[in-house]
Every structure is written in structure tokens, then in C-alpha cells.
Design a protein around this ligand. Structure first.
Ligand SMILES: [Zn+2]
Length: 165
């Protein structure tokens, strides 16, 4: 269950435009440059629904190489196994495998039970990625700006669950 961020939510009558990891409300237009993890190489804006009352939220999911590796470090794994597990933690891999999961919805006290129940995944609205390997030769990045430029890829912008109603 996430915190109800009264210090942010009670400042304004405006509704948050999107939510970052941790259930933190954001009020600016969504852009991957505004994602919380500055090292992210994959960023998705995903529509989720409260399991109990079906309130919708647009949430930002991020993935970065170092976080993937850290989450894959398990004792007795070989470096190849760590690399493979790390690739499986990419947002793109999770979308392909049908395993993308957010967890508890942002807490706006939408209903009594919802904030403590895992949210339903509805749709990937936007998928952005960067660190483009065509700008890497050996260990050298040949064009840093192009390498780090966000590209949107509609192949990963998929319906996950049939919308209720
Ligand atoms: Zn709810």
C-alpha cells in the first residue's frame, strides 16, 4: 500500500496527470525526461485500474541497467545467468512475456479496499527507450546525444486487459 501524499495532493484541486513509482502524484505533462530514474533506458506510461472500484491511473514505470543487474544478483548465479535474468527485467521483456506488473495503485483513497489491493494492468499507453547500440563502437559511444535520445516504440504499446464495461 502506498502513502497518501497529502502534502502534494492537498495543495491543489487539480488531478494528477500521471503517477511515478512509489505512487507519487505528478502534475506536468508526461515525458520520459521527467521520469524519476534519471538513468532509465526504458520508460513506459501504463494505464492501470483499481481492482475494487476500477478507478484508472496513468503510472510511469522505469527500468535502468544498474537496477536490472542489482535485482538479478543472486548467489551462485553465473555472470551469463545474471545477464539473462537482467534482460528479462526490461519493461519491453515483461510486456512481451505478459508479466508487466505495477503492484498497489496510487493512494487517493479511491475506495476502502483498493489502495491495499494490487492494481489491474490495462494498457501500455506509451513506451520509450534509449541507449541505441548503433551509436556504440566497441566501448565508445560515437554520438552521445543520439545514443541518449528517447524513441517511442508503438510495438510495445499494447492492450493488457479488456477494459471493464
Ligand atoms: Zn478503488
Amino acid at each position: 500500500m502506498h502513502q497518501y501524499f497529502s502534502d502534494l495532493l492537498d495543495l491543489t484541486d487539480r488531478k494528477p496527470v500521471w503517477w511515478q513509482e512509489g505512487g507519487v502524484p505528478r502534475f506536468a505533462e508526461f515525458h520520459p525526461d521527467n521520469a524519476p530514474d534519471i538513468y532509465a533506458d526504458e520508460v513506459a506510461l501504463v494505464e492501470i485500474a483499481c481492482q475494487a472500484c476500477r478507478t484508472r491511473f496513468n503510472v510511469c514505470m522505469t527500468s535502468s541497467p544498474s537496477r536490472r543487474v542489482m535485482a538479478s544478483l543472486i548467489a551462485d548465479r553465473s555472470s551469463e545467468q545474471i545477464a539473462e535474468a537482467s534482460e528479462g527485467l526490461r519493461i519491453s521483456s515483461q510486456i512481451k512475456a505478459g508479466k508487466l506488473n505495477w503492484g498497489d495503485p496510487p493512494n487517493i483513497t479511491c475506495c476502502a479496499a483498493g489502495p491495499s489491493m494490487s492494481a489491474d494492468m490495462v494498457k501500455v499507453l506509451e513506451f520509450h527507450h534509449r541507449r541505441h547500440l548503433e551509436y556504440v563502437e566497441g566501448t565508445v559511444i560515437t554520438n552521445l546525444a543520439a545514443y541518449n535520445e528517447w524513441r517511442r516504440n508503438a510495438d510495445f504499446e499494447v492492450q493488457i486487459e479488456e477494459k471493464a464495461q
